[in-house]
Design a binder for this molecule. Structure first.
Ligand SMILES: NC(=O)c1ccc[n+]([C@@H]2O[C@H](COP(=O)([O-])OP(=O)(O)OC[C@H]3O[C@@H](n4cnc5c(N)ncnc54)[C@H](O)[C@@H]3O)[C@@H](O)[C@H]2O)c1
Length: 687
């Protein structure tokens, strides 16, 4: 076996291109570095043939020969460094390969590739593990597979400390692996686990990973590395390996360990696959249009690609010159597999991108089991969606998030359907082909007047209430519909009479709540208390803890809330106002419920459906201090509905305001105070 090394004659930390170099400029002890290197190379030389390339002045990192290229079977794909600081190493390495009689296979394009640092063969198998995400570009993996006749598994690196694959991954013979899982994204970890069974994977702990224990040069059963804890050494010994620890601390200051200092010129023999297996890597074109710069839309789209495990190149860029103009950007998006590309594209669609995927007819699979979707189902967003069926685009009915789309027979409207409601024979849209999502212009331009997704500070509450009141009035006056989702805190905080006023003035067309609000509302009507506390005096009353149970009992005796109102058991309060004003209410049960009231729907699937029906076609939803019911309702609300979330907890408000709809706004305040202000505002406007 031959190994290429480069003496560290010019080695130094002169610049910072990885986190290890930070704070190390000018701190390398060159003499110590040379001693460490000499001892290491003497160790290699006992088991392998050493080849040397002359160092180049001004290229301090050239001693890290692993990055020079990837060599096998007398061919090399030479490196193209991502960092300009290392570009000057390319010609001397290329010259050395040429004079050594190794055939150079140039990479097409301009994408970076950092040699064996980011590409490691599984010993003895036609399988190459290739890293991307920090230094090497995913696109280059195609050439590697073709050149060496191997399957390539692309692994995404996500920790900048482990910026090359060989810093955290060492394939070993007999299908074994030493690695540091946290350096990879989850999907890559799954890809690794699919190829290598658990008993053949050795995951190193943090201290070994940070000590570059995965940065291993293997010669036969000898493993050369910078550090190995006792347990790691024992585990490797159990696999039949002899570990040789060679501290190379000076090189660690530059982010390189033992493997980085060596390049294999011969790989353990394997039979290449002929012809080369097709690459799993897939790409597509994506277009973005709109106010991409001032709204941060472009940033968002690029982040989406990277976070979903893809990579991109901007192929066309036409930037707006004025605020009223739109920008246009075309991206070439690449992902390691067709499945991952689908994931990237569907996330891009969610931020408003157009893709050629949409131009193809939708892919449909048939349901075979009740309540179970085909694995590749498309999951819906809150935004209006269209499905391409043959030559036409059909709008999807009952838009909501977290559903699937069922396409019926010819001419039928596709509709959002919950997985649990699927029946055998339903045809479900799978993947993202033939799916088009229409985002409101406002989502892209961020120009929705005061109704932006925002969380108000205390000082802004009054002005926000004014704006909400104005909007509610407009909705009422044009015959629109407002739903109120509320929790019992409305009653505890004294907000009940204000909500009654809104109901009586025609501002509420549906009330969605649980068991507790009506219980405490009725308790208040009967006894003046809420949870046993006298609301007028703010003090608990004697024996008051029974009050809500008496309230429940009386309603049960009457047969429900409506009969209790009609028979005069309930004479005032929120539920009374609903019954009198014929405002429909839906009470969804929960495990905490006392009673429950006869009207409370304890079958949650039925309760969810009743909620969904109640909000069909509403223009606004006022969500008042109920995390449970507000989030439940938010999940079934399509875009275009104004959601106002009022809660004392900023976390709850942010969660709802962040749902992606610009129509939602959050108000962090006491709900009693909010309702008081709102009712006053509305009364003022109505007078
Ligand atoms: N006795 C009963 O039957 C009973 C009692 C309580 C709750 N429940 C049931 O439990 C479920 C969850 O109840 P929930 O919706 O009240 O609980 P929840 O925890 O989902 O929501 C309560 C919300 O109110 C907010 N809040 C607290 N004080 C506030 C204030 N002063 N102003 C504004 N916001 C404030 C909290 O931050 C929280 O987000 C419901 O189904 C309810 O009916 C039943």
């Amino acid at each position: 076996m031959r190994i290429l090394v480069c003496p560290p004659r010019h080695f130094a930390v002169d610049y910072v291109i990885n986190p290890w170099m930070e704070g190390q400029i000018g701190r390398v002890d060159r003499a110590l570095a040379e001693r460490q290197w000499n001892e290491l190379v003497a160790g290699f030389a006992r088991h392998a043939t050493i080849e040397q390339v002359d160092p180049r002045p001004g290229s301090p990192d050239m001693c890290f020969t692993a990055n020079a290229g990837l060599v096998a079977h007398g061919r090399v794909v030479p490196a193209r460094f991502r960092m300009p600081e290392r570009a000057a190493e390319e010609p001397p390495f290329a010259d050395w390969f040429a004079q050594a009689g190794i055939e150079l296979v140039a990479l097409p394009g301009e994408d970076p590739f950092e040699g064996e640092g980011d590409a490691l063969f599984q010993p003895g198998e036609p399988l190459l593990w290739a890293g991307y995400g920090v230094r090497t570009a995913l696109e280059t993996h195609v050439t590697l597979g073709e050149t060496f006749g191997v399957d390539v598994v692309s692994l995404r690196l996500v920790d900048p400390r482990f910026y090359h694959l060989d810093t955290c991954f060492a394939p070993l013979p007999e299908g074994r692996l030493l690695y540091y899982p946290a350096a990879f994204d989850e999907r890559s970890q799954r890809d690794i686990a699919r190829r290598i069974p658990a008993e053949r994977r050795l995951a190193v702990e943090d201290r070994d990973a940070i000590g570059f224990a995965c940065n291993v040069l293997r010669i036969g059963q000898h493993l050369f590395l910078n550090q190995a804890s006792d347990p790691l050494r024992a585990a490797l010994a159990a696999w039949g390996f002899e570990t040789h620890v060679h501290p190379v601390g000076e090189f660690l200051k530059a982010g390189g360990g033992v493997k980085c200092l060596s390049l294999l010129l011969d790989q353990p023999p394997f039979d290449p696959i002929v012809p080369s297996p097709p690459s799993a890597i897939r790409s597509t074109r994506v277009e973005l249009e709109g106010h991409l710069l001032d709204t941060g839309g472009l940033n968002r789209a690029l982040d989406v690609v990277t976070e979903a495990g893809g990579s991109f190149r901007v192929t066309r860029l036409s930037l707006a010159e004025r605020k009223d103009q739109e920008s246009r950007v075309e991206l070439h998006v690449v992902a390691p597999t067709a499945e991952r590309l689908d994931g990237v594209v569907s996330e891009l669609m969610a931020v408003g991108a157009r893709t050629p995927h949409a131009e193809r007819a939708a892919r449909v699979e048939v349901v075979t089991q009740v309540g179970v979707a085909p694995e590749g189902f498309y999951s819906t967003t809150i935004y209006p969606t269209e499905i391409r069926l043959g030559a036409r685009w059909a709008p999807v009915a009952r838009q909501r998030m977290d559903a699937v789309v069922v396409v019926g027979r010819e001419g039928e409207t596709p509709r959002c359907t919950l997985i649990r409601d699927l029946v055998p024979g339903d045809r479900v849209v799978c993947g993202v082909e033939g799916v088009r999502v229409r985002f409101p212009e406002a989502k892209r331009s961020g120009d929705f007047g005061f109704m932006n997704a925002s969380v108000s500070s205390e000082r802004r509450v009054e002005s926000t209430v004014k704006e909400i009141a104005w909007e509610m009035r407009r909705i009422r006056d044009r015959g629109g519909r407002i739903a109120v989702v509320a929790g019992p805190v409305v009653v505890h905080t004294g907000g009940g009479p204000h909500l009654v006023r809104l109901i009586e003035s025609g501002y509420v067309q549906a009330l969605l709540t649980g068991n507790a609000l009506p219980v405490h509302d009725i308790e208040h009507d009967l006894f003046g208390t809420s949870l046993g506390v006298d609301l007028a005096r703010g003090k608990p009353v004697h024996e008051g803890h029974r009050n809500h149970l008496i309230a429940i009992n009386r309603v049960r005796a009457a047969g429900g809330i409506r009969p209790a109102v009609e028979s005069g058991v309930i004479r005032g309060g929120i539920m009374h106002a609903c019954v009198r004003k014929r405002v429909p209410f839906v009470l969804a049960g929960s495990i905490r419920d006392d009673g429950p009231l006869p009207d409370t729907i304890m079958d949650l699937e039925r309760a969810q459906s009743a909620y969904a029906r109640a909000i069909e076609g509403v223009d606004m939803i006022l969500m008042l201090s109920s995390m449970l019911h507000a989030i439940g309702t938010g999940n079934m609300t399509p875009a275009g509905v104004r959601m106002i979330c009022v809660d004392i907890s900023p976390a709850v408000v942010t969660k709802l305001a962040d749902r992606g709809s610009l129509e939602s706004i959050g108000v962090v305040t006491d709900v009693g105070l909010f309702l008081n202000l709102l009712a006053r505002e509305i009364a003022g406007a109505d007078d």
